[in-house]
Design a protein around this ligand. Structure first.
Ligand SMILES: NC(=O)c1ccc[n+]([C@@H]2O[C@H](COP(=O)([O-])OP(=O)(O)OC[C@H]3O[C@@H](n4cnc5c(N)ncnc54)[C@H](OP(=O)(O)O)[C@@H]3O)[C@@H](O)[C@H]2O)c1
Length: 283
């Protein structure tokens, strides 16, 4: 089975923008205006925009991209619902897949979702059922590609045997390394690894008093950038060094922070810097 490429493979996107925290706050600060953040991203060539049914902001995202839909690779996720404010449940059966997709299309105000992710593996529904329902959505023109998030390597193998998976989205940062054993499985199948929370939910933008913090500070000084930019550059460097399709997905609600994050794609770390970061103790 062939999959329609979501983006030009000669010029793949270098970074995505996570919209999990995007809210219409009514804040007068232009730097924090959600539409300004999204438009600045598109102007800088950052067009992979990532939201989720669970983030509660699909309508805002839809309004924001309305005039520029053609420029955006629109990604959203289904299947996770809040239970109270702390816990969540997973709904990945075929009927839920269809209902969730209809809801996201309506809230986003679009005819097609470019990349549709299962947000979290289900203990109840076999992944084959979920992916078969997602493949039917491709056939119906409602989504263009299948993604998985918060899954195991075995889930990826089983899902990919039903229909090619375009991307797997997992947390990856200098403080969260558990995805690394899965990378060869993704590379073998040419699945993009979308590295979410690449600064550990923002922790790596602050000084941490650890040997990792010291390494980030030294390398940041050497390049004249902020420590968080170096942490993000380490993910970009991973993609270059492995020759693997890795898309860092930082999130921000600030135009200025967005600019700093985008600059990380051009920040090259030498071997000594890369090795020091890779082996630094984050605790
Ligand atoms: N699949 C999943 O289960 C899952 C889970 C979590 C996240 N995600 C995705 O990953 C995206 C990113 O996740 P995340 O937001 O948790 O992690 P992150 O990108 O590692 O960190 C974001 C935090 O860092 C701050 N920040 C960003 N750039 C900064 C800069 N240049 N200087 C100083 N502070 C900066 C942000 O605040 P400001 O807004 O003030 O910049 C925010 O508090 C989400 O938007 C979502 O799309 C997916």
């Amino acid at each position: 089975m062939t999959v329609e490429p979501l983006w030009n493979t000669d010029h793949p996107p270098r970074q995505g923008l996570g919209l999990m925290r995007l809210r219409d706050t009514g804040d007068a600060d232009a730097d924090r205006d959600p539409a300004a953040v999204v438009h600045a991203a598109l102007d800088l060539g950052i067009n992979v925009l990532d939201t989720a049914e669970m983030y509660g902001n699909e309508e805002l995202v839809g309004r924001t991209i309305a005039g520029r839909r053609d420029e955006v690779t629109l990604c959203t996720k289904f299947g996770v619902r809040w239970v109270g404010s702390e816990d969540f449940s997973v709904h990945a059966d075929a009927a839920s897949v269809v209902a969730s997709c209809e809801g996201s299309l309506r809230r986003l105000g679009v005819d097609t979702i470019d990349l549709y992710y299962l947000h979290h593996r289900s203990e109840d529904t076999p992944i084959e059922e979920t992916v078969t329902a997602m493949a039917d959505l491709i056939d119906a023109g409602k989504i263009r590609a299948i993604g998985l998030s918060n899954v195991t390597e075995e889930d990826v193998r089983r899902a990919h045997a039903v229909h090619p998976v375009f991307a797997v989205q997992e947390q990856w940062s200098l403080t969260s390394r558990s995805v690394e054993p899965m990378l060869p499985t993704l590379a073998e199948r040419d699945v993009v690894l979308v590295a979410h929370s690449p600064t550990g939910h923002g922790v790596l933008h602050r000084s941490t008093g650890t040997s990792l913090g010291a390494a980030l500070a030294d390398i940041a000084d050497a390049h004249g950038v902020a420590a968080g930019t170096v942490a993000l550059a380490w993910i970009h460097e991973q993609g270059r060094r492995r020759g693997q399709r890795i898309l860092p997905l930082p999130g921000t609600t600030s135009v200025n922070h967005l600019r700093a994050n985008v600059s990380a794609a051009d920040l090259h770390l030498d071997d000594a810097q890369f090795d020091r970061l890779t082996s630094a103790d984050p605790t």
